[in-house]
Design a protein around this ligand. Structure first.
Ligand code: SF4
Length: 367
């Protein structure tokens, strides 16, 4: 960004903050659903600059944080098989299952490769024909098109030594469930561009109507986030329940149609477990029977079972807006990014990790 642009950006931030301070005249509670936006809010000190009557809580929008121990146990069971390569994203490798993580079995000799996209896993399968390459597909609905595309590509090319552990979660049913709790008292949802990838705006419009919520999709820059918060505040003051889409990404309808078609060809929705939140109706995807060759749970006959989660960890309260990381007795003491107890401290997008990195360390430096 050039100096002129930076100055304009800072002026705009200041103007948005001033307007917020004028308009917030009563307690308001907003949920910031996305982990990336929560990280930006903490990184740029937005929270401290907001009016005190405006409360921000975190939502379930970090895919690694909501991964239940039972799913990690299944990933581990498959990773320990002979002639298997597990190709997974870096954050996932450290998430604890009931007794161990993928990192633990990696140290003991399981073959794990760190990748950044499902197509990377397919490339490994091409290079390693003597191994079965397994991709634990973790993420929200926005990741589903790329996983579906990879499975369809494997089927088209006949790459049969590639398969996926389907563990994709859908946010709208989970937000719907959380909003049924009157004690949560959330008046507005700030959502990110991520949810717009397959343009699931209908689900969010329905959520807004059903729960009298104001919803806003924003990007990840400070100005985008502040503009989103301001729009939510205005809607709350006007008693409006709208879905306001200011996504920075514009997807053509052809792209959306293609993405939706691929997703429905490969997946269908089923009840799914979330860490700390239990089983939520139709909140996850599994692979259709016609493509079961690419479903690792079927190929290795492994089921997702209930796992054991650390009773010390308060992640479930934190990702459902019922508390903030400092409310957890382990935060910054028994649980740090070097020695994480729960997944919210592992992922860069985990709210505990962001709080530790940008809030706790900053306050220690000041002291
Ligand atoms: S600080 Fe650690 S133990 Fe506490 S909720 Fe966060 S991740 Fe879990």
């Amino acid at each position: 960004m050039e100096v002129d642009d930076l100055t304009k950006d800072l002026d705009r931030q200041q103007a948005l903050l001033e307007e917020l301070h004028k308009l917030v005249d009563r307690p308001m509670r907003l949920m910031v659903v996305c982990g990336t936006q929560n990280r930006a809010i903490l990184k740029y000190g937005i929270r401290q600059k907001l009016p005190t009557m405006l409360e921000l809580v975190a939502g379930p929008g970090c895919s690694v944080c909501v991964m239940p121990a039972g799913h990690i146990d299944a990933f581990i069971k498959i990773a320990k098989q002979l002639k298997v390569i597990t190709a997974a994203c870096e954050d996932l490798i450290r998430v604890p299952g009931s007794n161990q993580s993928l990192a633990t079995v990696w140290k003991k000799g399981a073959r794990i490769e760190v990748i950044s996209s499902p197509m990377d896993a397919l490339d490994i399968a091409r290079r390693e024909p003597d191994f079965t390459v397994v991709y634990p597909a973790v993420g929200f609905e926005a990741t589903a098109p790329s996983v579906a595309e990879t499975i369809l590509e494997a089927a088209r090319l006949g790459i049969n030594n590639f398969c996926v552990i389907p563990s994709i979660r859908l946010l709208p049913p989970t937000i719907d469930l959380l909003m049924l709790d009157p004690d949560l008292n959330i008046q507005g949802l700030l959502c990110s561009d991520h949810i717009n990838t397959i343009s699931d705006t209908k689900a969010y419009t329905e959520l807004a109507k059903k729960h009298d919520l104001s919803c806003y999709i924003a990007g990840f820059e400070v100005v985008d986030i502040l503009a989103g918060i301001l729009s939510l505040v205005k809607q709350i003051r006007n008693g409006e329940s709208l879905f306001d889409d200011h996504s920075a990404f514009v997807y053509s309808s052809a792209d959306n149609r293609k993405a939706r078609k691929m997703v429905s060809e490969v997946f269908f929705a089923v009840d799914t477990d979330w860490r700390g939140l239990g089983t939520i109706e139709r909140s996850g995807f599994v692979i259709r029977e016609e493509l079961s060759l690419f479903d690792a749970t079927k190929r290795f006959n492994v089921r997702f079972e209930e796992g054991l989660e650390s009773c010390m960890c308060q992640c479930s309260a934190i990702i459902s807006g019922r508390g903030l990381p400092p409310d957890c007795p382990a935060f910054g003491l028994a649980c740090t990014p070097k020695n994480p107890v729960g997944p919210c401290m592992i992922s860069d997008e985990g709210i505990c990790h962001s709080y530790y990195k940008y809030n706790l360390q900053a306050s220690r430096l000041i002291l």
